[in-house]
Design a binder for this molecule. Structure first.
Ligand code: MN
Length: 246
């Protein structure tokens, strides 16, 4: 996923909204992308970066195919419909800014803008045969925030297991640059102004049953444990570096 990240001052300058008090701006504006071409691109479903069976045995091919072609494709389509109905010009609106002011829109917009963003991120932050742990600045930050990588995995896994019903677990960077683990219901995410813990998501795990039920049935913890084998830490590290660079 492309991430041209912009700090708050640059955003205000570029958008001509410098008169708005900084304190009233959503925290996530510091992470907003710059390219106008990015906006239309980010509202449409992008090609899956690997084959449906590429993440086996951890995620089976049928789950991947249904998840990508049915569930995620529907979020993208319904997001387009909601943008038309609610007069959001996707050529001139960043998905980040939409998510950052999602409380102003309908539940349909909230569910599908979140659903689309979350799944586009999810496909990217997985890959076959990745490094099994982060390194560099992200590894240092994880150790500082959570004690160790194992302690981080435990906290993240607990958030994923404890999410009642459908939702997501997240590793995010807060506006002060620190890391946090959270979970959100339904298709909410930390970029939303309604999120309990706001920030820039580095890593997200889909814990809706549609993400794991064919292979794992009711055993969500087994899915969570298996998922660590396919986390694309190289990309997560890159997202972290971009998030803290500003
Ligand atoms: Mn899903």
């Amino acid at each position: 996923m492309k991430n041209n990240i912009l700090n708050r001052r640059q955003f205000l300058t570029k958008t001509g909204k410098a008169g708005i008090a900084l304190a009233t701006m959503p925290l996530v504006t510091k992470f907003m992308p710059t390219s106008p071409l990015y906006s239309a691109y980010e509202f449409t479903q992008q090609p899956l970066p690997y084959a449906y069976n590429a993440l086996e045995p951890y995620i089976d091919a049928m789950t991947m195919e249904i998840h990508y072609t049915k569930h995620a494709a529907t979020y993208a389509k319904n997001l387009g419909d909601a943008c038309l109905a609610e007069k959001v010009d996707i050529g001139n609106t960043s998905l980040y800014s939409l998510l950052g002011s999602i409380s102003k829109y309908t539940p349909k917009m909230r569910n599908n803008a979140g659903g689309h963003y979350n799944h586009e991120l999810f496909w990217q932050i997985m890959k076959p045969s990745p490094s099994i742990a982060p390194s560099g600045a992200l590894a240092d930050a994880i150790n500082k925030s959570f004690g160790s990588f194992a302690d981080f995995q435990k906290a993240f896994g607990e958030a994923a297991k404890a999410r009642f019903g459908s939702g997501w677990a997240w590793l995010l960077v807060k506006s002060d640059g620190s890391l946090a683990v959270s979970s959100t219901p339904n298709q909410d995410n930390p970029l939303m102004d309604v999120a309990e813990i706001k920030g820039f998501p580095l890593l997200g795990l889909d814990v809706w049953e549609h993400a794991y039920y064919l292979k794992y049935q009711n055993k969500r913890p087994d899915y969570i444990n298996a998922w660590w084998n396919i986390v694309n830490w190289e990309l997560v590290q890159k997202r972290y570096a971009e998030a803290i660079a500003k």
